[in-house]
Design a protein around this ligand. Structure first.
Ligand SMILES: Nc1ncnc2c1ncn2[C@@H]1O[C@H](COP(=O)(O)OP(=O)(O)O)[C@@H](O)[C@H]1O
Ligand SMILES: Nc1ccn([C@@H]2O[C@H](COP(=O)(O)OP(=O)(O)O)[C@@H](O)[C@H]2O)c(=O)n1
Length: 247
């Protein structure tokens, strides 16, 4: 469903053609459990935009390494595996999927064994550079008027020039409570510890706990899901209008 609030496409002058439309990029970063994936997808739906879950791509790579018995802690082996890493991700918020080769791994990439391996993979600079290129080409080539891309380094590295940049946060207790609600097979203590360990490892690579200059913070600690989506959509409307005042 396309919402009634879709932004008009931004126009850029490319080769003298002032009417070439470029997709509006909405960049969202934040720690685990802050609501990035679910809120970004719902916001994309409301805006009529595409949705890019960059964390799912890091997870797909980690899944593939486990599946092919490559050690995620061996950077050379991980880098070598990129040559044959054939993954696809759905960016229509109504038809989300993640595939590696012919396997649908949409659910499998959320398993704790994958979550436990992903930070080691994500700290390899060559992996980040390789995936960043993929993300940029997906954002550039989208057929939607805009794309909501979420992860850890979208506001700072992948799309630092995006017209809308948001840091989505929530305090640690709220994030742990949300995650343990999802993972019913595990104790709250185990979920909490895994989340803290992963955030610590990830934040050595990129800073997603503090808003970079020009990035708007949305703190969802005391907001319910719908209120958080509405807060994000409000920021998009404000900032997209400011960066494209003629519309
Ligand atoms: N503001 C909120 N209030 C309550 N639950 C939320 C809120 N935002 C997200 N959630 C829920 O918290 C869980 C974690 O959200 P998710 O989108 O997976 O976070 P992230 O992608 O940042 O790890 C999901 O079950 C989601 O529905
Ligand atoms: N832009 C991104 C997105 C994810 N990641 C890595 O990918 C992992 C999984 O990301 P995710 O967004 O699915 O994690 P959750 O916050 O949803 O649990 C993170 O723990 C990071 O190690 C990253 O390094 N950079």
């Amino acid at each position: 469903m396309t919402g009634p609030t879709a932004e008009p496409p931004v126009t850029n002058s490319v080769d003298g053609n002032a009417d070439v439309a470029v997709p509006v990029v909405v960049a969202i970063d934040g720690p685990a459990g802050s609501g990035k994936s679910s809120v970004s997808r719902a916001a994309a739906r409301a805006l009529g935009y595409a949705y890019l879950d960059t964390g799912a791509s890091y997870r797909a790579l980690a899944w593939n390494l486990l599946d092919t018995q490559v050690d995620p802690a061996d950077p050379d082996a991980v880098i070598a595996s990129l040559t044959d890493f054939d993954f696809a991700i759905g960016t229509d918020p109504e038809a989300y999927f993640v595939r590696v080769g012919s396997s649908d791994v949409t659910e499998a990439i959320r398993e704790p064994r994958v979550t436990g391996a992903v930070s080691a993979v994500a700290r390899i600079p060559e992996v980040r550079a390789w995936l960043t290129e993929r993300f940029r080409s997906i954002m550039r080539d989208t057929e939607f008027d805009g794309i909501v891309a979420e992860g850890r380094d979208i506001t700072t590295v992948v799309a630092p020039d995006a017209p809308v940049r948001i840091l989505l946060t929530a305090d640690e207790d709220a994030r742990m409570a949300r995650r343990s609600k999802e993972l019913t097979g595990e104790s709250a203590a185990a979920v909490g510890e895994a989340l803290r360990t992963r955030d610590r490892a990830d934040s050595r690579v990129v800073d997603f706990m503090n808003a970079a200059e020009g990035v708007t913070t949305v703190d969802s600690t005391h907001l319910d899901f719908d209120e958080t989506v509405a807060a994000v959509v409000d920021v998009v409307h404000d900032q997209a209008a400011r960066s494209n005042p003629t519309h």
